[in-house]
Structure formats: structure tokens, C-alpha cells
Ligand binder design. Sequence first.
Ligand code: PEP
Ligand code: MN
Length: 263
Amino acid sequence: LVSRKRKPEDTIVNVNGEEVGTGSPTFVFGPCAVESYEQVLAVAQSIKSKGLKMLRGGAYKPRTSPYDFQGLGLEGLKILKRVSDETGLSIVTEIITPSHLEEALDYIDVIQIGARNMQNFELLKEAGMANKPVLLKRGLAATIDEFINAAEYIISKGNSQIMLCERGIRTYERATRNTLDISAVPILKQETHLPVFVDVTHSTGRKDLLLPTAKAAIAVGADGVMAEVHPDPAVALSDAAQQMDIKQFDEFYAELQRFMNTH
Ligand code: PEP
Ligand code: MN
């Protein structure tokens, strides 16, 4: 059902009136994890001041180590909802287990399924039965075919409001945190009718590569770009090394706009 052969025209995903997949890129910015109301609000205000509509932030954090910050959980969802009510931004946030999904739906606008859960088939099926758009990230070591099949799980349950997100894959290369598979973007656009995002933060893990990879994503036809922004990355409870501060975010976004206006 996600195949372009079955449905030649692009799927447009509607997030509270913001149309994703129409040709002009959509941006999803925000902190890695929800840490406090003040932290999320500071980033949200910066996003809003740019005329953007979406805010990301994890309330449930699937961390490599069980001893690392696991997220604020429901408390984090409440913070996101409060900031959304105050700013009008739509909330994109990761859900890690089917048992959290129903409760979370009251607080969020887009269900993010993370790389580590790309083949959590029960979660995919639950998201497929939800009446909300889904942002599905590519697994750490998933082939494009496996990625497309994960989206198929969602659509097979009735939900076609799916955005795919390339977020880098595991290779032997250590210069970047993961290897951004930029060619996945045009391949996914050819093979499926779904909008495709690129997460420049988790793919590179390097602040100095966010701008060039975001430009590359837009140049190859991505429908959206995701990146992490934190008011004070040095004290962030997760991904401290790779999040932009607000000033860096301003510069990043201004440069990206300049690029889009001249290409
Ligand atoms: C995230 O976007 O917060 C995240 C954990 O990313 P990924 O699932 O791609 O690692
Ligand atoms: Mn992160």
C-alpha cells in the first residue's frame, strides 16, 4: 500500500493544517529530550519566531544505557502539551511501547517511532490504528526494503498519514555517529508515495555537519528536515554534544533559508 506503483501521486500528510509533502520543506526542531517546561518553551519560542509550526522533544527516551536519563514520561507529555497550547506549535514526540500510545494521544500531534523501534511490529500496528500522523524513523541497521515494510505495517492497519525519516545507518565509519544514507531519500521517493525527512542530528552526531547535510537533504528532494536544539546543550541530559544552542539554530536556519532561496 505504500508503493508508488499502487498510488502514483504523493501523499500529503496534514499536521493541524500544516501540509507535509507539497514541495516546500517542513522543519521539525526541538530538544532531544523534554527536561523542563522552561527548557522546552525557550526552544518553542525560537521556532515560533521563525514562522515554523512543529516542535519535537522526547518524553520517553530509548537510551543505549539503562543508567542514562530515560525521559520524564507522562510528565514530559504534559509539558509538551502546555507549550503547544501556549505557542500553537504541533508536537512530534516518540512513543516507545503500545501501552503508552492511547494515553499519549491526548497530548501529541505526531507519533514518532524511533530507530530502535522500527521493527517493533506491535507498536507499528497500534500506530496504524491511531488517528494521528506517524513519523517513522529508519532502523539503525535497516535496509530500505525493511524500512518500507515497517511503513507497510502502519498503513496496513488503515493509517496512511506516514512520514519516513532517514536518520543515518550503522557502518564502519566512525567520523560521524552514523552514516547518512542520502540516496535513501530519492529511492524512498521513487518507491513510495510518502513524504521523506532527513534527521541531520542523529545521522551525523556533529554540529559542524548539520548545515551541509540539511542542504544536501533539500537538494535531493527531502520533504523535511529534523534537527535538535537545546537552550544550553552543555547541560543537556541526552545528546549534549550534538544539539544546537538557540544562537546556532538562528544561524543554521538563516543559512538554510538563504540556500533555499538561491537554489
Ligand atoms: C530521537 O529523534 O529522539 C531519536 C531517539 O532518534 P533515533 O530514534 O533516530 O535514534
Ligand atoms: Mn537525540
